[in-house]
Design a protein around this ligand. Sequence first.
Ligand code: GLA
Length: 402
Amino acid sequence: MILPLAVLVIIGTVSGLDNGLARTPPMGWMSWQRFRCIIDCENQPKDCISERLFMDMADRLVDDGYAAVGYKYVNIDDCWSSKERDGEGRLQADPKRFPNGMKTLADYVHNKSLKLGIYGDFGTYTCGGYPGSKFYMQSDAQTFASWGIDSLKLDGCYTGTGDIPIGYPIMEEFLNSTGRPILYSCSWPAYLQKPNYQNIAASCNIWRNYGDIQDSWDSVVSIINFYGKDSGNFSSVAGPGNFNDPDMLIIGNFGLSYEQQRVQMAMWSILAAPLLMSNDLRLIRKESRELLQNKGAISINQDPLGIQGKLIATMGKIQIWNKPITPVGNFAFAILNLGDGGPGSLISVKGATLGLMASQGYNITDAFTGEFVTVIKPSSYFNLTVVPSGVFLGKAYLNTMS
Ligand code: GLA
């Protein structure tokens, strides 16, 4: 665990991890929120953390159109391993639930042109009580690479917080030295009061910085508000190769109304967030599937500038968010209604308040439908109705006609 000072100094001076991965926010599916730590395959054969679950989801990603719009990662979260390491100290998949082993699962996923992600923990145990990587980081990195793993979420339970800023970069070195490109997702800032985001971005592709999402609107709103506060200006370190992670998409589960699901899709797009669905793709409703596959929202999320949108104005329960997109000079924006009054709120907002400052004005389209809405100039007003716990997601393209 103790590295020579020289190594730490070298790690400390690198600015922005550049392993060629996550040039735009990663998209895929992750087991945790929906399937947690279900390990009783006898009673819950379709829902337990097993190779069957991940093969089912890989099938759905491809057959139901998700992969075609960008969802490529199949991410295994906690509770996949045996409670014991093998005789040589290596992590091993639970033999009952992954009878063919991780390599076979990786092959299955790769044959569908998808990628396989896995979960580990920097401490002595994972948050769910499975073996952690402390004292085994090099071995675990090699094990993951030998299985053909493409992404690692490294959690931070069961360790002193003082070790976290030192240990996460070490795992990145070990991942790099395997020679296999492995997207590195760090829970590093989620465990610290005042994380150093520059250092985090130097070692990690994506990172969780807030509590776990739950299947509720309250949870989604608390995350949006945390990102609105943007303490320490963490939005500024986001860019190609590095993204803040507000946690999984819960669209298609039980806790959100249709309008609230639109809000999560819109806001995760504005935030340049990883789009990692945690739902049951075998049971999902058509309306949720269409939202998750909405090309207008995804194009905002995947914009090559990789800029994280910011909260730029608040009017009571209405929030205005703005995200620069390509071609440079254009914007996506969200007008979010966090109110709960019965009818929709009539909103009249100046172009300048939306962050639209160019005098020639902008053509506004509804990003979800692609429909043209109006032309706005900095001093003209955009009038619309936004329903309670609803959103207008717009694209503003510079008007080159006048
Ligand atoms: C932590 C993480 C979650 C999930 C669980 C697994 O709570 O934040 O996303 O990985 O651990 O135990």
